[in-house]
Design a binder for this molecule. Sequence first.
Ligand code: TMP
Length: 212
Amino acid sequence: MAGTFITLEGIDGCGKTTQAKLLTEAFRRTGAEVVALREPGGTQISEKIRALLLDRANAEMCSECELLLYEASRAQLVREVIEPALARGAMVVCDRFYDSTYAYQHGGRGLDEALVNTCNQLGSCGLAPTCTVVFDLDPTTALLRATKGGADRLEAEGIAFQQRIRDAYLRLAAKEPARVEVVDGTGTPEEVYERLVAALADLIPAPLRSEA
Ligand code: TMP
C-alpha cells in the first residue's frame, strides 16, 4: 500500500482523541490527504455497531459477542475506507485499531490471547498499522477525565479494568517495539503533542516537526 497508517491507542481518557485531532490538523496543513477515523466507527455500518457496543442498556453483552462486534465494525472500516485511502497514498490516522481489542478484550475481559489475535487478523483483513502510539497515563486520572460527562458501557467497568488494559498495552509495546511506541500522556495537550511528534519523527515531514 502506498499510504501511511498511524494508529493511536490507550486507556479511556488518556488524551489520544485530542492528539489525533492535533496530528490530523498538522498533517493537513502540509497539503497531504489525511483520513481521520475512529474505532469502532467510520462507516454507516460501523457507527451502528459502535452504538450497540457503548450503550449501557446492553449490560448483558457477553465478552465473545463484544469481541466479534468490534471485529465486524473493523472489517467494514478496513474494506470500505482504510484500504482505498492507503491505495490512494493517503495518510490514515485512526483513533484505536486492533491493539484496542488486544488490550480490552484480552487484557481487560480475559479472553484467550491467541483467540483474540486470530480474530484481529480477520477483523483487520490482514492489515497492520505502519506505526502505533500508546498514550500511557495513570488509570485514576484518565478515568476521571473520561467520565466527566458520564460513563459508557466500557468506562462503567471501573479502575481495575482500566489497569488491566494499561498493563496489556505495555506488554504489547514490549513485544512489538518496532511498531508500537509508548508516549507519556501526562501534562498539557501541547506537551504530549511534542512527545508524539518526536515518537513519529521518521514518518513526519520536517515542517510539521517544527510546529510542536
Ligand atoms: P473510544 O471511546 O475511544 O472511541 O472507544 C470506545 C470504547 O470501546 C473504549 O472504551 C475502548 C473500547 N474498545 C474495545 O473494547 N475494543 C476495541 O477493539 C476498540 C476499538 C475499542
